[in-house]
Design a binder for this molecule. Structure first.
Ligand code: PFF
Length: 451
């Protein structure tokens, strides 16, 4: 198995499944289980899901392949990869690495909430008789000025520890058990959720698009979600692609990974939104859906707390396989660039991530009056800048870079392993990467900023 702890040696994944699991592990995370359902809830449900699919097909697959091509071709971290092909394009990789760092800062705060829910379930504190009490429980926890910061520290330390110690023997091995486990659990919870009395309203809300709801900001939210969920635009996929062997079929991988990711996001939406309606919560409640609604669903199930424990453990695992990839993007750059040891780089960056996450945590409680961008608190502002601005910009320049600067011919040579494998959609992909994806990103980007 590849050893991500030592990216300087440019390890390779030893098996196809090792790479697919790591990349799917990066893609499947809080973005699917937490961000997708609540963003759908805030943006008109089905209207958002429809836009998500349109953008997934036009932009998601296209950029996934583009990043894998650059990574495998150069066998370098994101900034180094751009620099190797064209010296003065390194800044595009820089946007990505900075975005991954910003995202990790609040990702780790939410990861801390998950750790807390695991602990609370184990200690019996998640079994409440009154399903309406879960809101108070959650709000009480996240508005506390100290506790969530401690849990944020625990989650950040877990991430740092794994990145320091290497990934192959741990994450890869456990991914094989836990990712299918997550999938099975999601199906069970989804089945419970859609069979609750009153669930059909939620299913309709999630799956039936109301076209009148589609506007610039819904489109921008969907664009940001595609980037966030597929781990695109931040150099993570470039870095992971750089560990791939030259004989792997990357066009195929660029379809598998988004399909797995989207499948899990849809399951999460169907697990959460019908329950929201059935139990009388508001679908646009935002980030709290995972922490308020699901425990309430569990409380109504036989053996609910057992399910809750398994579920939150799996959420934690999904979050960790994503957070290590986020940290890996900047660690591999700092190691290459400043010749720091991997351990020191992980520790230093981890500390910086922890500090930057503190205002995101305090913004839930004592600093909740402080608003930054578009009336959002610190966490949502960082999320907005990184996911909805930096990632789309990074993605736009990635298309320009591949389509117009480095050139489609070079990219296709890499994609087809120098003509050794067939890539039937080569012509279509070239058209998408040169014209459709960059235009779509620009249009959505400016529409979204105006509305
Ligand atoms: N894709 C992850 C998720 O959906 O939770 C989050 C993420 C991981 C974003 C890695 C970006 C990234 F580079």
């Amino acid at each position: 198995m590849a050893n991500l702890s030592n990216s300087n040696e440019r390890d390779q994944w030893s098996s196809k499944i090792g790479f697919v699991l790591a990349a799917a592990g990066s893609a499947v995370g809080l973005g699917n289980l937490w961000r997708f359902p609540y963003t759908a809830g805030q943006n008109g449900g089905g209207a958002f899901v429809l836009m998500y699919f349109v953008i997934l097909f036009l932009v998601g697959f296209t950029l996934m392949l583009a990043e894998l091509i650059i990574g495998r071709h150069t066998q370098l971290n994101a900034i180094g990869a751009y620099r190797k092909i064209r010296k003065n394009w390194a800044w595009v990789g820089g946007i990505g690495v900075l975005a991954s760092f910003l995202i990790l800062s609040f990702y780790s705060v939410i990861g801390g909430w998950v750790v807390h829910y695991v602990v609370r379930t184990v200690t019996g504190g998640l079994a409440l008789a009154d399903t309406n009490a879960y809101e108070g429980l959650f709000v009480g926890f996240i508005t506390n000025p100290i506790q969530p910061i401690l849990y944020h520290a625990i989650f950040a330390s877990l991430t740092v520890g794994i990145v320091m110690g290497g990934v192959s023997g741990g994450i890869e091995k456990y991914s094989k058990i836990l990712m299918p486990g997550l999938f099975v659990m999601m199906i069970i919870i989804m089945l419970r959720s859609v069979t609750l009395p009153g669930a059909s309203e939620g299913i309709k809300f999630f799956l039936a698009p109301d076209f009148s709801k589609i506007d610039g900001s819904v489109m921008l939210a969907a664009l940001g979600q595609v980037f966030f969920s597929l781990s695109l635009g931040m150099g993570v996929i470039i870095t992971y692609g750089s560990y791939l062997g030259k004989s792997e079929n990357i066009p195929q991988n660029s379809i598998t990974i988004p399909l797995v990711d989207t499948g899990i996001a849809l399951l999460a939406g169907l697990a959460i939104l019908p329950a929201v309606f059935a139990l009388g919560f508001e679908p646009d409640a935002g980030p709290s859906l995972l922490f308020i609604t699901l425990p309430a669903v569990f409380a109504e199930m036989p053996l609910g707390m057992v399910f809750a424990l398994i579920f939150f453990l799996l959420v934690l695992f999904a979050a960790l396989t994503s957070s290590i990839s986020l940290l890996e993007a900047s660690v591999s750059f700092v190691v290459d660039q400043f010749k720091l040891s991997r351990k020191s780089a992980a520790a230093l960056l981890g500390l910086a991530v922890f500090l930057l996450g503190i205002p995101s945590s305090l913004g839930q409680g004592i600093w909740s009056d402080l608003t930054f961008i578009r009336g959002n608190d610190f966490m949502d502002s960082i999320d907005f800048i990184a996911s909805n601005i930096m990632l789309p910009l990074g993605g736009f320049f990635l298309c320009i870079f591949i389509g117009w600067i480095w050139g489609i011919d070079n990219a296709l040579k890499e994609a087809t392993n120098n003509g050794k494998i067939s890539f039937k959609l080569a012509g279509f992909w070239s058209f998408l990467v040169k014209y459709v994806a960059p235009l779509a990103i620009l249009v959505v980007f400016f529409q979204g900023l105006r509305s």
